[in-house]
Structures are given as structure tokens and as C-alpha cells.
Design a protein around this ligand. Structure first.
Ligand code: UD1
Ligand code: CA
Length: 460
């Protein structure tokens, strides 16, 4: 952050728009960019500034938006979507008596950085402005509001694309729809906005001309980072935002020493940390909050969602969610960790092994074809090929405990609740429904019988 603004700063986030251009059932601001709803990207960036109060304007019946936002914010409902100026008006009862700066920003501008927001705030307060618009220069300004300046280069007004004449359409400086206002001026001047325009909406952008005509101090602060300030209105710009953020994140990762074999084909969330000398192979998607150590190999074709991984871990062709892995562990190909798999160090989890809500201790193996659910597996345990923990009786889930050094033979069913003692053996093919004591061998299968010469009889 650059300098410190000695004034109270509040933020209004506009998120009530219908998002018609998305052609989607999902609220516009909930469309994810690299796995995270747009609005949460924005809130996370605002959180890194000195802004104290965050007020989000939502449409009625926006419970999904409320649920998605986990941060401490206030919500205000705009019953009818009558335009961006009208949306800001909804916040008047909460803010009208405040002194200080109000940042107005749109929920569909998820890529804007805290740095840019801070620069805008500093520019605004250094100039003692009444309003500062964040603008940028675009090669193709189509659909954006244009910043109209006079011969002295002072900002006169903003004209929406739909209302612009041919000359105004030539202007390449656009309104990013992020603004700083003197709070008192904002709510005083908002009342003067009218809806005589092509969309019959109360445009917030009209406030520029209103404040200007009252001899207010109106500025535009031009950012050259035009990728950051794009507004996402449809699925094309959504995919563009995904590529821009993907490139930004992958570049940062590579600068920090992560090897990404094919950055175009690797999707890493903004909330993922990766240690150096870790290699990410193509087709890998790391969404949510992940922490991955050094010297790991992740992918190809692997998905993480909220996964914590130690150092020197290999995960191939696997899908992992809400799980933790220690150091020097190998996973996959084709493993699936559902919620809360906690895997130790030096472990091997092989092909077609599914683990859910289980601890799996150091140096233990489940190398092939297993389901391990609601279990506590100690260290140096061998789970033979095809071992199944039978955790569900059609009614409730029960727990399987396998103590250190136990050896579970292939194709065993462990019917929970059940405990396999330390150093115990379970013979291959057993269906275990009683606890196996420490050091014991459990065999729970039919004895084999051989009938000599019978093959010939059968073939007749
Ligand atoms: C807006 C600006 C335009 C700017 C562009 C930048 C206006 C009139 N236009 O246009 O100058 O170049 O952003 O991306 O402000 N919203 C509400 N209630 C409403 C209408 C909108 O909360 O009644 C919210 C939307 O959810 C959205 C934001 O306000 O987050 C902007 O609305 P949108 O319709 O996307 O405006 P643009 O046409 O993109
Ligand atoms: Ca928009």
C-alpha cells in the first residue's frame, strides 16, 4: 500500500444486476473465476485495503449470494433493478451521515487488485476530490461508458455506449465503474439523477456531470492495467477473465520456482500456495485453498479442492478434496480422496483406492482397489488389494480401526464397527465382523476342499 489515507473509507459493492447477458440461472456475481465466485475475488481484494465497512447491494431472493460470501459484510436489497445509481441509493440509510470516502465498485469486476484500489484512494484523497473515476484506455472500448473530457483535459461526464454519439464512441478512455466519492456529496447528488436515457435506468455515471456542474472536483485516475478492470457481463468475458487470471497466477508461481509444464493447460486458484521445485503436469486443476510443499509432482490430470500436501509427494491422475497428505507419499494413478482423508508420511495409495473421512498412518499402504471409509489406520499397515471397510449398514456409518503393523490380506471385508489389533493378520478373502486381537491371525472364510479327479467328471 502506498501511503495511508487519514479518513474513514467504506465500500459499496453493486451486485443486484440481473446479469441477463450471462444467459444463466446462476447470479452473475456467483459465476466462478478459477473456482471462486467473482464476488469473493473482489471482497478478498478489498480486504487487503484499509476499507472497513463493506456493503453489498443485492437483488431480492439472493440467498445464494449471501451464502457464498463468507466474509463480514452487510447486505442491502435493491427490490427492483432500476440502474447503478438507484442501486447506490439503496445504501443511503446506512451511510448518509458518514464523513469520509466511499468506494463504489461492481461485483462483476473480480480481477481488480488491492494495489489499484489503493492507488485510486490515494489519488482521490491527495487531490481532495469529490469524485474520482477509475478509468483505463482500451483498444476496443465497445460497450463501456466513455470518459468525456473538455479541451483542458478535465473530466466533464461519462456517456454510456448505448447513449454515445459517433464522436463520443471514438473515445478510448473508459469508465471501469470503480469510483471514490466524498460520501456526503455522493448521497446529496444522487437524488438529482434522472432516467432519461436509452435504457430508462438511473445511471450512477450521470453523477459526474451533476457534481461537475456544482463546481465539484471531478477527476479520472487512469490505470494502465486494463486486464484488471474488465467487467464481466457474458460468458465470453468470463472465459477471458479465467485465462487472464490463470496466466497471472501461473506466471507468479513460475517466478517463485514452481515448474509448470504447460501453463495453458493448468488451472490454479488464487488461494493456492506451492513450494519451489514442485512440478505441475498438464491437465491439473487446483481449486479452493491448497498448500503444496516443495519437490512434489502433481498431475497429469489431477484435481485438488482444499488439499494440504507436504514435501516430495507425487499425485497422478487423481481427484482429491478436503484432505491432507504428509511428506514422501505417493498417490495414484486414479485415487479418490473425498472429505477428510488424512494421510501420513511415506504412504503409498495406489490405483482405484477411495478414501473418505479416515486417518491413514505413516508408512502404510493401500496399493490397489480399496475403499477406506470412516477408518483409523495406524502406521506400517498393509491393506491388501481389494480390501473394503464396510462402514455402512444401510442405516448408520461405523468406524474401522486398524492398529499399527497389521496386515490385511487381499479381498477382505472389514465390517464396521471393528478393530484389527496391532501386528494382527487377516487372511485373504476374510469377512471380518469380530475384533481381531493383537498379534492374532483371523481367517473368516470357507475351508477349501479338493475333490480329486472331479474335473474329468464335470467336463463330460
Ligand atoms: C457499467 C457502467 C459503465 C462502465 C461499465 C464497466 C453504468 C450505467 N455503466 O456498465 O459506464 O463502463 O460498468 O464495467 O453504471 N447493478 C445493480 N443494480 C442495478 C443495475 C446494476 O446492482 O439496477 C450492478 C450489477 O450487478 C453490476 C454493476 O451494477 O455488478 C454494473 O452493472 P452492469 O449492468 O454490469 O453495467 P455495465 O453495462 O457493465
Ligand atoms: Ca458490467
Amino acid at each position: 500500500m502506498i501511503g495511508s489515507v487519514n479518513m474513514k473509507i467504506n465500500a459499496i459493492i453493486l451486485a443486484a444486476g440481473r446479469g441477463t447477458r450471462m444467459k444463466s440461472k446462476l447470479y452473475k456475481v456467483l459465476h466462478p473465476v478459477l473456482g471462486k465466485p467473482m464476488i469473493n475475488h473482489l471482497i478478498d481484494h478489498i480486504k487487503e485495503t484499509e476499507i472497513k465497512r463493506k456493503i453489498i447491494v443485492i437483488a431480492k431472493n439472493s440467498d445464494q449470494v449471501k451464502e457464498a460470501v463468507k466474509e463480514n459484510v452487510e447486505f442491502v436489497v435493491q427490490e427492483e433493478q432500476l440502474g447503478t445509481g438507484h442501486a447506490v441509493m439503496m445504501v443511503e440509510p446506512l451511510l448518509k451521515d458518514e464523513e469520509g470516502i466511499t468506494l463504489v465498485i461492481c461485483g462483476d469486476t473480480p480481477l481488480i487488485s488491492s494495489d489499484t484500489i489503493n492507488r485510486l484512494i490515494n489519488f482521490h484523497s491527495e487531490n481532495h476530490a469529490d469524485i474520482t473515476v477509475l478509468s483505463t484506455m482500451l483498444e476496443d472500448p465497445t460497450n463501456y461508458g466513455r470518459i468525456i473530457r473538455d479541451n483542458n483535459n478535465s473530466v466533464l461526464k461519462i456517456v454510456e455506449h448505448k447513449d454515445a454519439n459517433e464522436e463520443e464512441k471514438q473515445v478510448r478512455e473508459i469508465n471501469t465503474a470503480t469510483y471514490c466519492f466524498d460520501n456526503k456529496k455522493l448521497f446529496k447528488s444522487l437524488k438529482k439523477i434522472r432516467n432519461q436515457n436509452s435504457q430508462n435506468e438511473f445511471y450512477l455515471t450521470d453523477i459526474i456531470e451533476i457534481i461537475k456542474n456544482e463546481d465539484g472536483k471531478v477527476y479520472a485516475y487512469i490505470t494502465d492495467n486494463n486486464d484488471e478492470v474488465m467487467g464481466i457481463n457474458d460468458k465470453i468475458s468470463l472465459s477471458l477473465a479465467n485465462s487472464i487470471l490463470k496466466r497471472t497466477i501461473n506466471d507468479k508461481m513460475m517466478r517463485n520456482g514452481v515448474t509448470i509444464v504447460d501453463p495453458n493447460n493448468t488451472y490454479i486458484s488464487a488461494d493456492t500456495l506451492i513450494g519451489k521445485d514442485t512440478i505441475i503436469y498438464p491437465g491439473t486443476i487446483l481449486y479452493g485453498e491448497n498448500v503444496i510443499g516443495e519437490d512434489c509432482k502433481i498431475g497429469p490430470n489431477t484435481e485438488f479442492l482444499n488439499v494440504k500436501v507436504g514435501n516430495n509427494v507425487n499425485v497422478k491422475h487423481s481427484v482429491l478434496a478436503n484432505s491432507v497428505i504428509g511428506n514422501n507419499t505417493n498417490v495414484g494413478p486414479f485415487a479418490h480422496f473425498r472429505n477428510n482423508a488424512v494421510i501420513g508420511n511415506n504412504v503409498r495409495i495406489g490405483n482405484f483406492v477411495e478414501i473418505k473421512n479416515s486417518q491413514f498412518g505413516d508408512s502404510s499402504n493401500a496399493a490397489h482397489l480399496s475403499y477406506i471409509g470412516d477408518s483409523e489406520v495406524g502406521s506400517k499397515v498393509n491393506m491388501g488389494c481389494g480390501t473394503i471397510t464396510v462402514n455402512y449398514d444401510g442405516n448408520k456409518k461405523s468406524k474401522t480401526i486398524i492398529k499399527d503393523n497389521a496386515f490385511v490380506g487381499c479381498n477382505s471385508n472389514l465390517i464396521a464397527p471393528v478393530t484389527i489389533g496391532e501386528n494382527a493378520y487377516v487372511a485373504a478373502g476374510s469377512t471380518i465382523n469380530k475384533d481381531v486381537p493383537k498379534g492374532a491371525l483371523a481367517i473368516a472364510r470357507q475351508k477349501q476342499e479338493n475333490k480329486d479327479g472331479y474335473s474329468k467328471k464335470l467336463r463330460k
